[in-house]
Design a protein around this ligand. Structure first.
Ligand code: GTP
Length: 369
């Protein structure tokens, strides 16, 4: 990397609309992946790739970030660029122009991405092409949710199309939300208003022949929907905890059946004849009764799950209380401190907002406030 000081800007100010009902106490970027905040994984990856300084662009819940990460974290200097109002995905980069400086190319990242990308390689690819912006690209089956590129032989992006209808997507290569930007980028972002880098900046750079792509393989999930968040935890388990992981002071009855991979936090108790796994993450001090069945789910810390309940493909927030003989399935979200009474069934993407009490079953997608 020579003598340069590599900086990274992280977009950490989004509202996280679709996962927002899960918890009022933390932004999406601090949701746990394998019981550890997503941003911790990102900072660790950046430090490993030789980054020295990170600029967190924040607005919503700014104090939460500042209290948690302070001025130094994971061996990185952390600075903050605060917005009074949301500036979308390009505006925050323009606003941080002075902190970033004009000396060198820098990394810019969506904060809601879980990946093991080697950032160093992305930076090297950017240097080789001399582009204004290089986008990390990932191959997916359904590109219609993302920004899709048409790539030339030499890595130049010929076209950048944000969220095309499936039949109009020029390829399966999508914007992974991770970029290297040269200082000329500041000339492409208007000042003082919200700017979407995907809608306003990348298509223009592509037309000017200044946008390049760098395809990578490995782990990558953009955490927008509940199923993405479940997928990120599944990838974590498959990659880093295949044989499972057990915290301290865990109490399991002898006839509990664990189907790996399962991650169980500190101080968790699980009653007899319960079957846990595969693909389950349980936060610290959660208490699970007897005869409970949990698969493919995330249970946050300090929750209570009573006897004979079944949870499949769901996310349960902190301090939630789930009654006896309850069934929760298929992308349901139960918010922090919510209470689900005995015998209730929730399925097909039902979202229960924080502190809500639910007494009746709901079998079609709904938001219960
Ligand atoms: P969803 O649409 O529910 O995913 O919400 P989101 O707000 O996270 O939107 P999006 O996925 O488009 O955002 C991409 C990244 O940019 C995320 O890491 C956001 O946290 C971040 N982001 C979005 N809007 C802003 C903003 O106005 N300011 C800052 N600093 N970051 C933002």
């Amino acid at each position: 990397m020579g003598s340069m000081r590599l900086k990274a800007v992280i977009l950490a100010g989004g509202f996280g609309t679709r996962l927002r009902p899960l918890t009022c106490t933390r932004p999406k970027i601090l949701f746990p992946i394998g019981n550890r905040p997503l941003l911790d994984w990102t900072l660790e990856g950046l430090a490993r790739s030789g980054v020295e300084e990170v600029i967190l662009t924040v607005n919503y819940m700014a104090e939460t970030f500042m209290q948690r990460y302070g001025e130094f974290s994971h061996g990185l200097r952390i600075r903050y660029s605060r917005e009074k109002r949301p500036l979308k995905t390009g505006g925050p980069i323009k606003r941080a122009e002075e902190l970033i400086g004009h000396e060198e190319a820098f990394l810019a990242l969506n904060g809601d991405v879980f990946t093991n990308l080697d950032y160093r390689r992305l930076v090297e690819s950017h240097r080789r092409s001399g582009a204004t912006a290089t986008i990390a690209l990932y191959r997916v089956d359904d590109p219609s949710r993302y920004g899709v590129v048409e790539l030339a032989e030499d890595g130049r992006v010929m076209r950048f199309v944000e969220k095309p209808p499936p039949e109009a997507a020029p390829s399966n290569l999508v914007n992974a939300g991770i970029y290297v930007l040269s200082p000329e980028i500041f000339g492409y972002i208007p000042e003082g208003r919200p700017v979407s880098i995907e809608h306003e900046v990348f298509p223009r750079l592509a037309r000017d022949g200044r946008l390049y792509g760098y395809e990578f393989e490995g782990l990558w999930v953009d955490i927008g929907l509940p199923e993405d968040y479940l997928e990120a935890n599944r990838l974590f388990l498959d990659t880093y905890a295949k044989g499972g992981w057990l915290g301290k002071d865990v109490h399991l009855e002898p006839d509990v059946e664990i189907v790996q991979p399962v991650l169980i936090g500190n101080g968790v108790t699980i009653g007899g004849k319960s079957k846990i796994g595969p693909y389950v993450v349980i936060g610290d001090h959660t208490s699970i009764g007897q005869g409970v069945c949990i698969t493919n789910s995330i249970i946050f810390a300090d929750a209570v799950v009573a006897d004979f309940t079944s949870i499949r493909g769901a996310i349960i927030g902190e301090n939630a209380i789930i009654g006896r003989w309850v069934k929760i399935e298929d992308r349901c979200i139960v918010g922090d401190h919510a209470i689900i009474l005995d015998n209730v069934t929730l399925t097909r993407g039902v979202t229960v907002c924080p502190s809500k009490e639910v007494a009746e079953s709901v079998l079609t997608p709904a938001r219960l406030m």
